[in-house]
Design a protein around this ligand. Structure first.
Ligand code: 7RM
Length: 631
């Protein structure tokens, strides 16, 4: 099944299109199933209804842990590098990880969690986070990991949407020179979350926390009460494994649902092939487990393949901008998987931060989360890979479960800024505004998929209609990604960015509507419009046009701006704070009341020369005012 040459790739690709069921059955049979499936695939993209490995029974943790014990029980599964380089790290072998996952699973059971129950996980990047996630999977509980940078309000929304029964958190988190009081944020969230019965609190920063009798328990004390004997729950291939919330162009984030069988097969297959993982290698994915990249390529993909996965608690610039290279050197990292925003930020600190480290262990470099510009691509290639490591620019989404378009390291000829070719099983299609297929090469359009792969989302939690509407209704019969895409003369794909109202700020997906709603919660705000603009390091920055009920005078405009930022931080989290705020007296609207974002985007980009047709505007004069006041 393993692709080694471009010929292998072409053969695998051809089979995956001609006979997808046989292809994926071949991949899936390498895993451990309690009971084989009876039908490999059942699907339609209209309802949608997608089922892989129908009737198959398994537990993903048996595949990620138990299965490896005989052969590599003593091999490191997780290497943990703490935020502070002087603190001792932790290495967990597969045997130790198995033991700890079983214990944590028993703690969950003791606290009333069973198969199908939802568990919210709000944790720092510590081994216990991976253990918590796997412990849920062990007993068939559904995890919903919430990134540690989200606000109490965001946690509450996610907990209520999924009706979580239990929360796993820590007293606090270390991130660079900051300390984040996780438990206190959870306490704020839980005021509005009646479904939560228990909170398990891990000790990390030992900051003082309120422990509510009957609700809050210490993880360390609970672990003393249990054994390491926890048989895995038998799960159907289509039972829900996890929910992960992600932003779209409208309303609140959606709970993307992934299921046990297909997700496992897809995460593992793409991990092993794209990175060309070899036994014994150390894989370092710098994402947070709070995002899909962490789920698929720190936890499930690597562990399903018996790999060694490095988990880093901190940030790339602490204690200085050489930290990644320090980690690569110290742990002899072979595969480094990071985001363009991190590369661009580190580029700015100069080469002396790189040069005093031994990077010769590196074999493969990966990029994910946003388009990588040519300059960052070459810097990564020249100075990190020393022109001897293939770069895999992997394009995918929370909804896709794993990578869809990506080079296979050392197999696919790379091309800067191109995600190159679809992986086996992936059938991309470019369409125009009217949904007509754009054939041939040297073209661009909206990126869709015409056939399912095992990792595709199955639904959005509690609202199947929203799933249909968002992904399967724009172009009937197709999965619509929301991305624009170019296919060059060689048939290579380059993803150009979102075509909907979703921003990508430092690789984080943020809906403009979400940010607007947050800004509008500020008492002095009448209305707002948020757009993205090109940002040298973040990829995109957030530009907010705000109508205040009384136009703030110069001397308190700064204060009002800071209050708006504080409001957004409270409502969503610091990652959604606008980079620029401009007070305006009106917004460019059409006669039907629609904001003309095209114009606002142009002005935010600093390009006011050609604003296109403004004759349909209700009040064209407002455009001149906005142009004149651009920040
Ligand atoms: C994995 C992840 C998904 C959105 C997606 C794109 C953008 C991701 C690339 C990329 C260009 C890439 N999931 N995106 N990878 N754009 N090249 N290699 O990021 O759900 O958080 O975001 O990210 O717009 O639709 S995500």
């Amino acid at each position: 099944m393993r692709i080694r040459t471009f010929d292998d790739y072409q053969q695998a690709y051809q089979q995956s299109v001609e006979d997808p069921e046989a292809f994926w059955a071949g991949v899936a049979q390498e895993f451990q199933w309690r009971k084989p499936w009876t039908k490999t695939l059942q699907w339609n993209f209209t309802e949608p209804n997608i089922k892989w490995f129908v009737g198959g029974k398994l537990n993903i943790t048996e595949n990620c842990l138990d299965r490896h014990l005989a052969e590599r029980g003593d091999q490191p599964a997780i290497i943990w590098e703490p935020n502070d380089p002087h603190e001792a790290g932790v290495t967990l072998t597969y045997r130790m990880l198995h033991d700890q996952v079983c214990r944590m699973a028993n703690v969950l059971k003791r606290n009333g969690v069973g198969k199908g129950d939802r568990v919210c996980v709000y944790m720092p990047m510590v081994p216990e986070l991976a253990i918590a996630v796997l412990a849920c999977a062990r007993i068939g509980a559904i995890h919903s990991v919430v990134f540690g940078g989200f606000s109490a309000q965001s946690i509450a929304d996610r907990i209520n949407d999924a009706q979580c029964r239990l929360v796993i958190t820590a007293d606090g988190a270390y991130r660079g020179n900051k300390e984040i009081p996780l438990k206190s944020v959870v306490d704020d969230a839980l005021i509005g979350c009646p479904s939560v019965e228990k909170v398990i609190v891990m000790t990390r920063t030992r900051t003082p926390v309120a422990m509510l009798k009957g609700r809050d328990v210490w993880m360390e004390q609970e672990l003393k009460q249990v054994t390491a004997d926890c048989p895995a729950e038998e799960m159907d291939a289509e039972d829900v494994l996890f929910i992960l919330y992600t932003s779209g162009s409208t309303g609140k984030p959606k709970g993307v649902v992934h299921t046990c069988g297909g997700y496992m097969v897809y995460a593992a297959y793409t991990f092993e092939n794209v990175f060309q993982y070899e036994p014994g290698q150390v894989h370092f994915c710098t994402a947070d487990i709070g995002w899909i990249t962490g789920h698929s390529y720190i936890v499930y993909g690597p562990l399903a393949c018996g790999a060694t996965s490095l988990l880093f608690e901190g940030v790339p610039t602490y204690p200085d901008a050489g930290r990644f290279w320090d980690i690569v050197d110290k742990h002899q990292v072979n595969i480094l998987y990071t985001a363009p925003t991190a590369i661009r930020s580190l580029m700015g600190f100069g080469l002396d931060k790189v040069e005093n480290h031994d990077l010769s262990s590196l074999k493969v470099l990966g990029s994910v989360g946003e388009p990588i510009n040519a300059e960052a691509w070459h810097w990564y290639d020249d100075h990190i890979g020393k022109n001897r490591c293939p770069i895999v620019d992997t394009w995918w989404q929370t909804e896709t479960g794993g990578m869809l378009i990506s080079p296979i390291a050392g197999v696919t000829k790379t091309k800067p800024t191109y995600a190159t070719l679809p992986l086996p099983g992936v059938q991309p299609m470019l369409v125009d505004e009217n949904g007509k297929e754009i054939e041939g090469n040297g073209v661009s359009g909206n990126l869709c998929m015409k056939f399912p792969w095992p990792g595709i989302l199955r639904t959005t939690w509690g609202d199947h209609e929203r799933c249909r509407q968002t992904y399967f209704s724009t172009y009937p019969g197709l999965y619509f990604t929301g991305d624009g895409c170019l296919r060059d003369e060689d048939g290579y794909y380059r993803i150009t960015g979102r075509v909907d109202d979703v921003l990508n700020v430092s690789g984080h997906r943020i809906g403009t509507a979400e940010v607007e709603n947050a800004i509008n919660m500020h008492t002095g705000v009448v209305e707002s419009a948020v757009v993205g603009y090109p940002h040298d390091i973040k990829g995109q920055g957030i530009y907010a046009y705000v109508i205040a009920d009384a136009m703030p005078a110069d001397h308190d405009a700064d204060l009002t701006k800071r209050d708006i930022l504080a409001t957004v931080s409270r409502v969503i989290g610091p990652i959604a704070k606008p980079d620029k705020i401009q007070f305006v007296s009106g917004l460019p609207k059409t006669r039907s009341g629609k904001i003309m974002r095209r114009i606002l985007r142009k002005i935010a980009e600093g390009d006011t020369s050609n604003l296109g047709d403004t004759t349909t505007l209700l009040d064209p004069a407002v455009v001149d005012e906005i142009k004149a006041g651009a920040v």
